[in-house]
Design a protein around this ligand. Structure first.
Ligand SMILES: *[C@@H]1O[C@H](CO)[C@@H](O)[C@H](O)[C@H]1NC(C)=O
Ligand SMILES: *[C@@H]1O[C@H](CO)[C@@H](O)[C@H](O)[C@H]1NC(C)=O
Ligand SMILES: *[C@@H]1O[C@H](CO)[C@@H](O)[C@H](O)[C@H]1NC(C)=O
Length: 506
């Protein structure tokens, strides 16, 4: 008995000694180190539940740069927007972006792309999202929006239709966006059946997509239960088959973006099943944020009559400028980029909504020991193998030193007194280059930004011109965030909010 006890004691001591010896210590010139109380796991649990609250706590304790331990990894977090350029423009030999996105691509979407070159892919996509290619996409989006939004509501002018506002926005924008990029169903006998088929088919894809979207965070953190794992696998399988090469080949009106991307993948010599997986990844990358952003926008408009009035005034003013009422329900009418670009009030509201609800991380793998120089000339050593992370949501976006009452929605926050866009914001008396970063920044800025904004505008303008709508319960509050989603783009509400709508009577 005594021997066994001594044996266990000896082993335990050995373990503790080994642990203490291997234990990481903060070296001089390194950022403050916070390992948390639990060995190895560190702060992982708290971080996973609500990373914004956790990182704000760390910021109060350590300042705007610190290193935390999470599940065996050490992550250095930088929260000084004046210094973001030193990360965003650092060479990829020191700070690598691709490794982490490759890891997530594999973990969430089972996509492995050998010879994957994010720069090449981006350059290819860029040409599809500018100039005449952009107008073609915008025009197709308008036509598909009319199909999924207006056709379904026809003949129901008498009664209010009730629905969750989040699901409504996500559903309509996803389906129209999906049809725009991936193409329309082929018509057989007459045009109407093709439009019908589009509506039914896009609903099927949306339904599967949403189930995957709801498991996405757990997939990213590898925390699925056994049942959820089974569900994720079966949902992915169905999406892969819906987006198989054979199915895509059968479609009409496939966008140049899709064809360009497929050619790009074919150059990588991938098997057919890997191509389909990459399509599912792209569906999420292109459609995952527009719907949620538009939900927050409509929700805040409905709760803030002064903002709603300002938007409607602007639409009327623009209408007069263009001779007549602008028609968002006429498929033959080309909506010019000029018109879409000329909406400073709407743009201010959209910027304010994105400031409040866009919360992606900007992550880099540290590939070699290096020194990070901050804007105020502080210098910190960073270690090879750690991860570096920016979280613009905490600063600049929700930083009280930059924005007065940052948690409040103010529709004219990004407007100057003369009605132009306000771009000068300050921290510590110095003007900021990055004051709002929903689209990322530097070399990683979102290339689909203009197309995404066009889509949101088309949808909101169509809603405002074609429908009466209101919250079912005018007293209902705007829902809080699902806090597990910090870091993955647009936030989603913890629960939906019911609204009612019906087509306007002409
Ligand atoms: C539009 O796309 C085509 C390929 O589909 C490309 O050759 C052309 O350069 C693009 N236009 C612009 C303005 O980038
Ligand atoms: C293809 O696109 C054009 C222009 O956007 C549209 O008018 C037409 O209805 C589309 N075809 C189908 C089958 O939806
Ligand atoms: C990087 O820095 C760490 C900590 O200062 C040190 O232990 C390690 O040996 C360095 N690695 C290289 C490759 O210089």
């Amino acid at each position: 008995m005594v021997w066994i006890f001594l044996w266990i004691l000896l082993i335990s001591c050995l373990c503790i000694v080994l642990y203490l010896k291997k234990r990481r210590k903060r070296m001089s010139n390194e950022p403050p180190l916070d390992k948390g109380l639990v060995p190895w796991l560190g702060h992982a649990v708290e971080f996973g539940k609500d990373s914004a609250t956790f990182l704000l706590k760390m910021k109060r304790k350590h300042g705007d740069i610190f290193t935390v331990q999470m599940a065996g990894r050490f992550v250095t977090v930088l929260l000084d927007p004046h210094s973001y350029d030193s990360v965003l423009w650092e060479s990829t030999a020191k700070l690598d972006f691709a490794a982490y996105s490759r890891l997530l691509m594999d973990r969430i979407f089972d996509v492995q792309l050998p010879n994957y070159d994010p720069h090449k892919e981006k350059n290819m996509m860029k040409t599809q999202l500018q100039g005449e290619n952009l107008s073609t996409l915008t025009q197709a989006m308008s036509s598909n929006l009319q199909n999924v939004l207006l056709s379904e509501a026809k003949g129901t002018t008498k009664t209010w239709m009730k629905e969750g506002l989040f699901n409504f926005c996500y559903n309509i924008l996803f389906r129209a966006g999906y049809l725009t990029l991936f193409g329309n169903e082929r018509e057989h006998s007459n045009k109407e059946t093709s439009k019908n088929k589009d509506r039914i088919h896009s609903e099927t894809v949306y339904h599967e997509y949403r189930r995957l979207d709801q498991l996405l965070i757990k997939l990213a953190y590898s925390t699925l239960s056994a049942d959820e794992k089974k569900e994720a696998a079966s949902v992915k399988k169905r999406l892969w088959s819906l987006l198989s090469g054979e199915n895509l080949n059968g479609k009409l009106n496939r966008s140049n973006w899709l064809e360009g991307y497929r050619n790009h993948l074919q150059d990588l010599e991938l098997q057919d099943d890997m191509l389909a997986r990459a399509m599912v990844l792209q569906i999420w990358a292109t459609q995952g944020n527009i719907g949620p952003a538009t939900f927050w926008l409509l929700a805040f408009l409905l709760k803030h009559p002064e903002a709603m009035t300002a938007v409607l005034d602007e639409i009327n003013r623009n209408g007069k400028l263009h001779g007549n009422k602008i028609q968002f329900n006429n498929p033959l009418l080309t909506i010019s980029q000029d018109l879409l670009d000329n909406t400073p009030v709407f743009d201010s509201i959209l910027n304010e909504i994105l400031r409040l609800t866009a919360a992606p991380y900007i992550s880099r793998e540290i590939l070699q020991n290096m020194t990070l120089r901050l804007a105020d000339s502080r210098e910190y050593n960073l270690r090879k193998g750690d991860r570096l992370c920016l979280f613009p949501y905490l600063s600049p976006q929700m930083d009280p030193e930059i924005y007065e009452e940052p948690e409040k929605f103010k529709y004219d926050r990004f407007l100057n007194a003369d009605g132009t866009e306000k771009k000068n914001f300050f921290k510590n008396g110095k003007q900021l280059k990055y004051y709002n970063m929903p689209w990322g920044g530097g070399g990683n800025v979102c290339i689909a930004r203009v197309y995404a904004i066009n889509s949101i505008k088309l949808f909101v303008f169509m809603m405002l011109s074609q429908f009466d709508f209101q919250l079912a319960d005018p007293e209902a509050r705007i829902p809080v965030f699902d806090t597990s989603r910090y870091g993955f783009g647009l936030m989603q509400p913890e629960h939906d909010i019911i609204f009612q709508y019906k087509p306007k009577v002409e």
